[in-house]
Design a protein around this ligand. Structure first.
Ligand SMILES: Cc1ncc(COP(=O)(O)O)c(C=O)c1O
Length: 397
């Protein structure tokens, strides 16, 4: 039986050649391809700076550190996301505060965010991590207004949405991660995502200070910039002091506690090659989404579906259906590996131990009872999509 997964990477002959070329070069880890990937990715999303990292979770962790998240802080996020969106706050010893989703968009509900912020003194919450869930862009212009009123930073989890956008109040497309409204945005290059490097991640920003911090945190908190050194020149030179006025070539300082969250040069070469096909992939995802939408529009077993929305990047196409478990099992028996995104994070045992319980996020919990993600990836053939649609109709007939 030919398996149809819910998502999968697409590796072309050009991708393979790009990786081989880099493997034959002098650089295996941080070389010129990393900087090239960063520059091209920043330009793709419309941001000034980008920092490539070992995965999306590392991107979230370093972003939280760069924003100064510390024990005692409280940060808002959505329960319908991969757990890493919340975990980065826990890594820093701060508290995660979930806010329920909007039942139509499945995104964090900005009205509920506002109500929460209004109910407490300014300064209670330090930041918010909205997620462009499934590929649908958060209305970031509205969120920025809220964040400014209540003095929050914004860390946009854009793992699902490179190339996605919303339309602002001037009628302009604002691309996810362009840094116009959020302080930082993060992306993942896990195989099911739009751009795959195996493991991989990126942070984008327009803030030069945050960019510098991220670069240092990525490599152990080490700086090689002599203007930042704090130890004396004499100490650095060691046993050959004299008339030298410059720090020696080998010298560097570890000034903060950092990490090794680097992406390799050959992964970056793969990323660059994939990025060149990103628009093509996005176009295909949108075509598939339109077909799903038309196929299920007003079907009696549908409670709700993603719909066809301008700017949506369609990492996932989600249906809310009656008898989700029955459909899931039936599809699996027939070689279609649909998925569920996500089990609400606040009900993961780790977060239950912190006091979160059933009933806290009623919309997210009701969504979880019915949601199913249909196969969605650029190399999916029309015939494969037809098979998925046909199987769903057969199941409910
Ligand atoms: C919304 C979201 N945030 C964060 C991550 C973490 O990314 P990674 O798997 O690259 O660490 C993922 C990936 O699964 C994700 O879907």
């Amino acid at each position: 039986m030919n398996i149809i997964p819910y998502g999968r990477q697409h590796i072309s002959e050009e991708d393979i050649q790009a990786v081989i070329e880099t493997l034959n070069s002098d650089f295996l880890t941080q070389g010129p391809k990393v900087a090239e990937f960063e520059k091209k990715f920043a330009s793709y999303v419309g941001a000034e700076f980008a920092v490539a990292l070992s995965n999306g979770t590392a991107a979230l962790h370093l972003s939280a550190l760069a924003l100064g998240v510390k024990p005692g802080d409280k940060v808002l996020t959505t329960p319908i996301t991969f757990a890493a969106s919340a975990n980065c706050i826990a890594y820093c010893g701060a508290e995660v505060e979930f806010v329920d989703i909007d039942p139509d968009s499945y995104l964090i509900d900005l009205k509920k965010v506002e109500a929460r912020l209004k109910s407490v003194p300014i300064g209670t919450y330090q930041g918010i991590i909205p997620v462009d869930f499934a590929g649908r862009a958060i209305p970031m212009e509205a969120l920025r207004k809220l964040a400014d009123t209540y003095e929050l930073w914004i860390l946009e989890d854009s793992c699902h949405a490179p190339g996605g956008y919303f339309i602002d109040s001037f009628g302009e497309n604002q691309f996810c991660g362009n840094g116009k409204f959020s302080d930082l945005a993060i992306f993942s290059f896990h195989p099911v995502k739009h751009i795959a490097t195996g493991e991989g991640g990126m942070v984008t920003t327009n803030d030069a200070g945050l960019y510098e911090k991220l670069l240092e945190l990525r490599t152990h908190g080490i700086t090689r910039s002599s203007s930042k050194f704090s130890n004396s020149l004499e100490f650095a030179i060691g046993e050959h002091p004299g008339a030298r006025s410059a720090y020696p070539g080998w010298y560097m300082e570890m000034q903060h506690l950092g990490y090794n969250y680097r992406l390799t040069d050959f992964q970056s070469a793969l990323g660059i090659s994939q990025l060149m096909r990103a628009e093509e992939g996005l176009k295909r995802r949108r075509t598939l989404a339109k077909r799903y939408f038309e196929a299920f529009d007003r079907s009696p077993f549908i409670i709700s579906q993603s719909g066809y929305i301008e700017g949506h990047a369609y990492h996932l196409y989600i249906l809310e259906v009656q008898d989700r478990i029955g459909l899931y099992d039936y599809l699996r028996e027939n070689g279609v590996f649909a998925q569920v995104h996500y089990i609400p994070t606040h009900l993961m045992p780790f977060y239950r131990q912190k006091g979160w319980k059933e009933g806290d996020m009623p919309i997210a919990e009701s969504y979880y009872k019915h949601c199913i993600s249909l196969p969605m990836y650029p190399s999916m053939a029309d015939s494969q999509q037809e098979r998925v649609i046909e199987l769903i109709y057969t199941y409910y007939s």
